[in-house]
Design a protein around this ligand. Structure first.
Ligand SMILES: [Zn+2]
Length: 382
């Protein structure tokens, strides 16, 4: 066994109605003035003002910034950081899906240390503690509430940059299934398959440890049994709970084990063609599962049994059955079956492959992968 390290350095509160605790948690954090970073839909739905109200009840002032797009940009981070500084707030409440959460983490760095978020691109470039943060996910999910990553789109380079630092892990995470029950079906499908892929890629990663494997397995069990039911009916309490906890555990797993080729290749797809993160991942997954099947050492059988309605034995199982099962799951969830269907153009494959090779996730992928392999994999996934 390789040496391994882990910690879960934050306090995580999970439960129906847990959002109500945001005031008390802010007091525990010694927050005096909150800056809520969220998205336009959550503002429209009144969830931002609900959080403001809960904070006001404990005499905490709150400002907010909600002008955040999908695949948020470097410029959005600049604007939000400027608004944070002007508000004189002393902590951040990040409320939303992956986009607001990733922006909030980037703001926590830039507002403290200055410059542009591009200055902190890569691993461990953040000099120290950042602005304190409470993360409240409203999708299940990116796992961003517990991860050490912020992914931001740089439109100058058509590139999704990653900031990786354990300083980015929010101090608190509040997971309340009431918040995910208003997700539209298509968003639930994209975020749900993304969460599953976090569990799957971290599970077979070269950097997996017994700790992350345990987290990934539980995540796949919960997501596997509930993703279909949740996408069909977001009001399904049990399924919502499973998806929320599953995406949380998957996030913890990949914070330590990293991911693989699916995520390395999906970021360029989103950067060039503005495809939602989960959709890009879902489309790429069967191709990469097939590619990695030649180095499988028995984990594929377990993954198969987590997502299949009829479990099989070792004797009955062949790795190609997993590829097939994932194609079927994608179809059930309404994920398109090729990159061409979401507007990806063949002539961009070389540029996308170059960018994919810059991702740290390539090194974590179980099967060794070179630039030429990525080209082939993109072609196959078209
Ligand atoms: Zn993801």
């Amino acid at each position: 066994m390789k040496e391994f390290t882990f910690s879960i350095p934050q306090k995580i509160i999970v439960g129906k109605g847990a959002l109500e605790k945001v005031g008390q948690i802010s007091v525990d954090l010694d927050g005096k003035h909150a800056f809520i970073i969220s998205g336009p839909n959550l503002e429209k739905m009144g969830i931002v003002s609900k959080v403001e109200g809960l904070l006001n009840e404990v005499s905490i002032d709150a400002d907010s910034y909600t002008n955040i797009e999908a695949n948020p940009s470097v410029t959005t981070v600049e604007k939000a950081a400027k608004a944070f500084i002007e508000s004189k707030a002393d902590y951040i409440v990040a409320l939303g899906g992956g986009s607001p959460l990733d922006v909030a983490k980037a703001v926590a760095v830039v507002a403290k240390y200055g410059g542009s978020i591009t200055d902190y691109e890569g691993a461990h470039k953040v000099p120290g503690k950042v602005i304190p943060m409470i993360a409240i996910p409203t999708t299940a999910g990116t796992g961003s509430e517990v991860t050490a990553f912020s992914v931001i789109t740089d439109h100058i380079r058509d590139y999704k940059l990653t900031v990786f630092s354990y300083e980015l892990i929010p101090n608190y995470a509040i997971l309340d299934q009431n918040l995910i029950m208003t997700t539209p079906a298509s968003v639930a499908a994209a975020c749900g398959i993304d969460a599953f892929i976090h569990a799957e890629e971290s599970y077979i990663s070269r950097d997996a440890s017994p700790f992350t494997e345990a987290m990934s397995e539980k995540a796949m069990e919960l997501i596997g049994r509930s993703i279909r039911a949740f996408v069909a009916d977001r009001e399904n309490q049990k399924a919502a709970e499973d998806m929320l906890v599953g995406s949380l555990f998957a996030g913890i797993a990949f914070s330590w084990a990293r991911l693989g080729n699916v995520h390395a290749m999906s970021h360029p797809v989103s950067a060039y063609f503005d495809v939602p993160h989960g959709v890009a991942n879902g489309i790429l997954l069967p191709t990469i599962v097939n590619y990695n099947s030649s180095v499988d050492e028995g984990k594929y059988l377990k993954i198969y049994n987590y997502i299949s309605e009829e479990p099989v034995t070792k004797e009955q199982f062949q790795p190609k059955m997993l590829t097939e099962a994932i194609r079927n799951l994608n179809a059930e969830l309404g994920i398109p079956d090729g990159l061409a269907a979401v507007g990806v153009k063949e002539e961009y494959i070389k540029a996308m492959a170059k960018d994919a090779m810059k991702s740290g996730n390539i090194m974590a992928n179980p099967r060794k992968t070179e630039y030429e392999d990525i080209i082939e994999l993109y072609k196959e996934a078209m």
